[in-house]
Design a protein around this ligand. Structure first.
Ligand code: ZN
Length: 422
């Protein structure tokens, strides 16, 4: 049980200017490890009687103080497991680290229900984009950010913070239906942890992935499929001054192909990009090899097939025109999904948001998240807004009040699932 810790090292709490204090919170007297049972499962419990904003903030600061870039999740994984065990839950770490390159497997813990309702899962990821040292964290005017030198890691530790608190609450005061907590590793490097998770072993009928930008209340109804193209042009090298006519420039072929590609936002559903071009060896050598890394995404499979076909076609044409060989490799980084209003996680999300007076913002997503994997593997999942901003940048920040909002939403989802029938 970790409670009421002082602000961890390297955290600066800025002097609060008058009138711009942290949200006013009422501190509970003392900090009972276990809350009394029997306040009625599935009923309208007063969530404000649970953790306070200050407690959520303390826990969040403890988590962000432990850097966990993808591949180096061990320390934060140990911290998360210790918290879940201290709450009285058993935690399993799967064996995925052996295949993902992460330093931790995925963690799964389940707060057993007392009966009834629909079993659900909450998910967040423990890894962050690269960070080489503990962030210097500043809490100022109710907003948590860094000194601008590193990311904060609110993506996705704000969500992990809330899920750990909810897990503790439910261990002490069980829900109606089972509530499982899935904390994945390796999310930021291509959803690797989730991809290696035995999704069928998670006892849930619907999953909520807390991992989207946008206001709390955001419900990502759909996500695109992403196909990555690795295009290798192979020509013939030659001295650029002595015998250029004997060369076949792979760079010229690549340039022609890229110039002919339809890129950017192509329609409501589809985008495409060339992100990387690598080729040549020196200014005086006709380049033999050039590799172009590109992607296309769409929420519409037919549109995606057409766009990828177009990209392959212009590469073939450019190669033929310039007399070089070309090989195109297509990988699917993640598979998209589209939920209707009738899908179970969407219905529960909308019911939960309504019950806690948070305005729903259904959106079509443009990125991938663990929800893509869960949907593909048969566990219907939606991604929800956490309220963090400018993630993956040194300007990343989150308002302290958002932690409390997400906490409220998570408890409302537990109640909605507890009252639902399949
Ligand atoms: Zn994330």
């Amino acid at each position: 049980m970790v409670r009421g810790l002082a602000v961890p090292p390297r955290v600066q709490v800025a002097a609060e200017p008058t009138g711009a204090a942290l949200p006013r919170v009422r501190r509970r007297r003392g900090a009972p490890a276990r809350r009394p049972r029997g306040r009625g499962r599935g009923g309208l419990r007063d969530v404000s009687a649970l953790a306070t904003v200050d407690e959520l903030l303390e826990r969040f600061l403890e988590l962000v103080a432990v850097p966990s870039p993808s591949g180096q999740e061990r320390a934060v994984s140990d911290l998360i497991q210790a918290r879940l065990r201290a709450a009285g839950l058993s935690v399993s770490e799967d064996k995925s680290a052996a295949v993902t390159g992460s330093a931790s497997g995925n963690l799964v813990a389940t707060a057993k229900g007392t009966g009834g309702g629909v079993p659900i899962a909450f998910s967040a990821h423990m890894d962050t984009v690269p960070i080489d040292r503990p962030p210097t964290v500043i809490v100022e005017n109710g907003v948590v950010h860094t000194d601008g030198e590193t990311v904060l890691g609110a993506d996705d530790k704000a969500a992990v913070t809330v899920l750990l608190q909810v897990a503790e609450d439910l261990a002490a005061d069980p829900p109606a239906g089972d509530v499982s907590f899935v904390i994945s590793a390796g999310e930021e490097v291509g959803l690797k942890g989730a991809a290696a998770l035995d999704v069928a072993s998670v006892p849930a009928e619907a999953c909520f992935v807390f991992d989207s930008e946008g206001p709390v209340g955001t419900v990502v109804m759909s996500a695109p499929t992403l196909r990555r193209l690795t295009v290798e042009f192979r020509g013939r090298s030659a001295h650029a001054g002595i015998e250029p006519e004997n060369g076949r420039s792979a760079v010229v072929a690549a340039a022609r192909a890229v110039a002919a590609m339809r890129l950017g936002r192509l329609d409501e559903q589809t985008t495409a990009n060339v992100g990387l071009i690598e080729g040549g060896s020196a200014g005086n050598v006709v380049p033999e090899r050039c590799v172009v890394t590109a992607e296309a995404r769409s929420r519409d499979e037919a549109g995606l097939v057409a766009q990828v076909g177009h990209m392959v076609e212009v590469c073939n044409v450019a190669a033929a025109e310039t007399g070089v060989d070309v090989t195109v490799t297509i990988d699917e980084d993640f598979r998209g999904y589209v939920h209707s209003d009738e899908s179970l996680p969407v219905r529960l999300a909308l019911a939960g948001l309504a019950a806690c007076d948070v305005e729903p913002h259904p959106i079509g997503g443009g990125g991938g998240s663990d929800a893509n994997v869960f949907n593909l593997r048969g566990l219907p999942a939606v991604t929800l807004g956490v309220g963090f901003e400018d993630v993956h940048s040194s300007q990343e920040r989150i308002a302290v009040a958002r932690l409390a909002d997400v906490y409220r939403v998570a408890h409302a989802l537990v109640r909605a699932a507890g009252a639902a029938v399949l």
